[in-house]
Design a protein around this ligand. Sequence first.
Ligand code: ARG
Length: 467
Amino acid sequence: MSATPKTPAANQMWGGRFATGPDAIMQAINASIGFDQRLYAQDIAGSRAHAAMLAAQGILSNKDAEAIGEGLLTVLSEIETGKFPFRVELEDIHLNIESRLTEIVGEAGKRLHTARSRNDQVAVDFRLWVRDQCDAAISSLTALMQAFVAQAEAGADWVMPGFTHLQTAQPVTWGHHMLAYVEMFARDRSRFEDARRRMNECPLGAAALAGTSFPIDRHMTASALGFDRPTANSLDSVSDRDFALEFLAASSITAMHLSRFAEELVIWSSAQFRFVRLSDRWTTGSSIMPQKKNPDAAELLRAKLGRILGATVALFTVMKGLALTYSKDMQEDKEQVFDAADTLMLGLAAMTGMVGDMTANRETLKTAAASGFSTATDLADWLVRELGLPFREAHHVTGTLVAMAESAGVDLPDLTLAQMQAVHPGIRADVFAVLGVENSVRSRMSYGGTAPTRVREQVARWKAALG
Ligand code: ARG
């Protein structure tokens, strides 16, 4: 704290009507350069497209546009080589780049901001960034799906217990369980594809909020930046952050799916289950208990939805109730989206690594599949099919047999034919065929069912679709 505070100079980019610069704390709360520098490549691409369009429309001389285009490439390489002098008093990435451009190319740099505003500039930069993240999510999800399909192909006929309520329900196949996640991640991928399609309209040229009196060509900038078309309403263009919310929503659902398989990995890799083994590459040790191999990556993946959903709620809360058009509140969009995207990409990569790495313990899976009276439904179905019992009655007969086995401390196939016939005299010896887990899964041939034949069909379909 100085006794005679210096009066800071007014902002060189917009300070014309300001006698002094901002208070240090004002600067601290206002500046976004600490995080929005991540948009540098998008900002430069947007500015280059804008300058080329201004020249094509005769709003800027070709000489100036060329100087700007070249100068921006110099700025780009300064940033990428760590030589760029970021200045917090220049608030954000847009003013930092424009100011540096003007230092490099002189007068021409000052003409770049013709017919645009930071409002459409940040909107286009951020859209480009989020669009890239959609592409990254789409390709990461494809890799993850491929890892699950490879597991499914290897274990199309390995039997394991299927659960409801985490209680043994019916035997299923490993391949079928793996493909359940392929379905989930395929829907996630299509959500990113949908969001990308919707966000692929260019807000550049909306200017501050009302459009511009300069004869700009918004179709030209839109196509130069890979957008399908320009946005149709300038007010909406500068105030829309739906595209970021959709990205976050799709990310949240994906992270929720990641957390579900992460939880299964945690359970399955425990000493009590031993369904799968994760190698040393995907586990950590304990500093005190030498025997430990902890599935930390899976645990962290189970938790990451907290951050991503947190970002989603944060941005909804920022946007809720904001009157049109741009308000500075919206600067709070970026850190949330950046963190969510980083978290998602790391999570997808980690899960892909773990799925590729995990080894199923086939024998353990099979033993577990046969315990817990997992073929009771098969028995009830046999009574319906072979003896013509109504299903409700078959259910009751089977329940009586399960109770009998349970009190004898054995599984259903261990009961003798005589014991079974004491409960229902019509039961024949061929009932034992349906009590085996292999036969059980083979019989579930309905479309979408767990039979190895069905699983192999789905594996083939996914392999063709995923390439
Ligand atoms: N840093 C700002 C943001 O992230 C850029 C837009 C500023 N626009 C303005 N009129 N002050 O939102």
